[in-house]
Write a protein that binds this ligand. Structure first.
Ligand code: ZN
Length: 71
């Protein structure tokens, strides 16, 4: 009983295990790529990433969390 934060340890562990991803979509051709979420991103934000197909800029289509799979 050394922690007084009030959060159950299991929830903190859960959060630390979850990985956050951003799905980027090309505004021109619709190509989608997935990569790790970067701080400060939000849905609809135009990123610095360029589309591998046409070279246009990509925006954040959505952000999601996923638990790493157990091996
Ligand atoms: Zn494209």
């Amino acid at each position: 009983m050394s922690s007084s934060k009030g959060y159950p340890r299991s929830i903190q562990e859960l959060i630390s295990r979850v990985q956050v991803f951003s799905l980027l979509k090309c505004r021109r051709c619709g190509e989608e790529i997935e990569r790790s979420f970067k701080k400060g991103e939000y849905v609809g934000k135009l990123t610095e990433e360029k589309c591998p197909k046409c070279g246009d800029k990509m925006f954040v289509k959505y952000i999601y969390m996923r638990k790493p799979r157990k091996r």
